[in-house]
Design a protein around this ligand. Structure first.
Ligand SMILES: [Zn+2]
Length: 264
């Protein structure tokens, strides 16, 4: 179905297009931020949620976009980011997943996602997921050599009432090469509590972007989860971007991938 046809049907809304930053970046790294925004289009009536919930981690990954921008700048990498809340459509989930348009998130019911008509769900897929998927695919296709996919997320320090000790998660699906190379480095050089596939892992369905765009093509890839209380201020976000950029560079160096401008 064309975008125009979807706009005309039941459940349609005006969706901002995915953001592509530094499209001509020289790095093989492509930074992806699926949960960059908490924006909900006016037509969706806040999905029945109050303003506080709509600004919380339920709706997006606070701080993640700022860290992603910092990494993009440091590595001269392209950044692809969704500009719409994951509660409208979670761009890190395939259309068949129930969680793609969640009826519930952590302890919150999402009234505006309950009992959607098939046409309403189709509109979410066509207006949010498909443009995001197309943007990312076009950026990967435009890369000169094999791209490296790095997705940036943040997670809440307290989930379902339980405090989380883990500060940074280095996540992977079936291809652990870049995650392994980064973990080898972080094991020795940081005071942060860094763990593999925590607080989520592939069994939770969180590696969709990697599985869709990197694993089948054999591209190096990693997903990074940052505890959001560590990236509240611009200063913290910038410091985190600097740290992670260093880990990405040294991980890629282990794998023999050169980053333009970096001594290898
Ligand atoms: Zn996320």
């Amino acid at each position: 179905m064309t975008q125009a046809a979807v706009q005309a049907q039941e459940g349609a809304f005006t969706a901002p297009q995915p953001l592509v930053v530094n499209r001509d970046g020289a790095s093989p790294v492509i930074v992806v931020c699926e949960h960059a925004s908490c924006f909900v289009p006016a037509e969706l009536n806040s999905l029945g949620l109050d303003a506080e919930t709509l600004k919380s981690h339920v709706a997006w990954d606070p701080g993640a976009m700022k860290v992603a921008e910092g990494i993009s700048e440091r590595l001269d990498a392209v950044l692809v980011a969704s500009q719409i809340s994951r509660l409208v459509y979670d761009c890190n989930r395939p259309p068949a997943a129930a969680g793609a348009v969640p009826e519930r998130s952590e302890i919150f019911d999402i009234p505006g996602n309950r009992n959607l008509a098939p046409a309403q769900r189709e509109a979410r897929i066509a207006l949010v997921y498909e443009p995001f998927r197309a943007s990312l695919a076009s950026v990967i296709a435009a890369a000169e050599g094999p791209a490296v996919i790095v997705t940036i997320h943040s997670f809440t320090p307290v989930y379902d009432g339980v405090a989380r000790d883990v500060e940074l998660g280095i996540l992977h699906d079936s291809d652990a090469r870049l995650a392994d190379a980064m973990l080898m480095n972080t094991h020795w050089h940081t005071s942060l509590d860094v763990r593999r596939n925590e607080p989520y892992g592939p069994e939770d369905g969180v590696t969709h972007t990697l599985r869709e765009n990197a694993v089948p093509a054999g591209l190096y890839n990693v997903m990074i989860e940052i505890r959001n209380d560590l990236i509240k201020t611009p200063r913290e976000q910038d410091a985190m971007a600097a740290t992670l950029s260093g880990w990405i560079i040294s991980g890629l160096r282990e794998l023999g991938v050169a980053i333009p401008g970096e001594e290898v």
